[in-house]
Design a binder for this molecule. Structure first.
Ligand SMILES: [Zn+2]
Length: 268
C-alpha cells in the first residue's frame, strides 16, 4: 500500500505498508524533499514505489537506519537515484539481513541494492535547504536524523517511540540513550517533527516530553526494583505489561525483557 500526502510545498509524506484486508498492518513514512528522499518505505510496497518513482524525479535517497521498514523500498529508486546510508546501514542495503517470517509479512524482504554509497557528510543541501546530519544512535547502533534549523524541521526516523508508553524493545535499542536523544531533539525547538511512523507532527514538544517522562519514570521504577533484589523476570511480572499476540512471532526481536534490561544495564 502507498499513500502520498503533500505536507507543505517542499515536503511530501510517502506512507507505505503491507495490506491486511483494506487496512494497513503498520505504516512507515518516507519523506520527499525536493528531489531527495529520506528513507524509502517497505519492500512489500515495492511495485507501488516503482510506479511512484516513474512520476517523480528522485535523485538521492538517504536511509536513516538499518531497519527493513526504512530501507526496504530503496530498490524501487535505482538506478535513477543514488542511495546513501551510514557505514553500518549501507552493509544491509547491499545485503539485507534475513528476516523472520513474521517480518516478511509485516514489511517484506528488501532486495539488495549493490549501488548504495556510504555517506559520512555532516550536512546535506537540497536546493536552498540545508540539513545538518544528526547522530540519533540509541534506537539502533547507527541512526541519523536531518535537521533544517531555519525551517525548524526535524526528520527523526524512529528516535521518538511510536507508543506514548513503550512496553517492549529490540535487543539493539539503548533506552537511556534514546531518552538523551529525545531531550536533544526537544531542546532544538523543533517546529515540525517528521516522524518515521506517525507522519509530520507540528509543535512536537509535548509529544516528545510525554515519552521522555514516561521512560525516565520507568527507569527509576525498574532501578528501585533491582535494588530490592528482584530479577528481570520478577520485574516483568510486577510491571504487568500485556504481551501482544504477535510477540512470539517476532522470534525474540521484540521483548519486554529487552526493555527492562536496557533500562538497567545500558548507559548514554
Ligand atoms: Zn527502526
Amino acid at each position: 500500500m502507498l499513500e502520498v500526502t503533500p505536507f507543505v510545498d517542499q515536503v511530501t509524506c510517502i506512507k507505505t505498508a503491507s495490506p491486511l484486508g483494506d487496512q494497513a498492518i503498520m505504516w512507515v513514512c518516507a519523506y520527499l524533499v525536493g528531489d531527495v528522499l529520506f528513507d524509502a518505505g517497505c519492500a512489500n510496497a515495492i511495485s507501488e514505489l516503482q510506479e511512484y518513482s516513474k512520476k517523480r524525479s528522485v535523485r538521492r535517497v538517504y536511509v536513516t537506519h538499518n531497519h527493513e521498514d526504512h530501507y526496504g523500498g530503496c530498490a524501487a529508486f535505482v538506478p535513477k537515484a543514488e542511495v546513501f546510508a551510514g557505514p553500518v546501514t549501507v552493509k544491509s542495503v547491499y545485503k539485507p539481513y534475513p528476516l523472520p517470517q513474521f517480518f516478511q509479512w509485516v514489511w517484506g524482504e528488501p532486495k539488495p541494492v549493490k549501488e548504495a554509497h556510504k555517506f559520512e557528510e555532516s550536512s546535506i543541501s537540497v536546493g536552498e535547504l540545508n540539513f545538518e546530519v544528526v547522530d540519533l544512535s540509541g534506537h539502533c547502533e547507527e541512526m541519523f536524523g536531518f535537521w533544517e534549523s531555519e525551517k525548524g524541521w526535524f526528520f527523526s526516523a524512529d528516535a521518538v517511540p511510536l507508543p506514548s508508553r513503550k512496553q517492549m524493545a529490540m535487543p539493539e535499542e539503548n533506552i537511556p540513550k534514546m531518552i538523551a536523544r529525545m531531550k536533544e531533539i526537544r531542546d532544538l525547538g523543533v517546529k515540525v517533527l517528521f516522524d518515521g511512523h506517525l507522519g509530520p507532527i507540528p509543535n512536537p514538544r509535548e509529544h516528545i516530553e510525554t515519552r521522555i517522562n514516561y521512560l525516565s519514570q520507568l527507569q527509576t521504577q525498574v532501578l528501585s526494583m533491582v535494588e530490592t533484589g528482584k530479577t528481570i523476570p520478577e520485574i516483568k511480572t510486577e510491571l504487568g505489561f500485556p504481551e501482544p499476540w504477535y510477540l512470539p512471532n517476532t522470534e525474540g526481536r521484540f521483548a519486554i525483557e529487552h526493555l527492562i534490561q536496557s533500562l538497567l544495564e545500558d548507559s548514554v
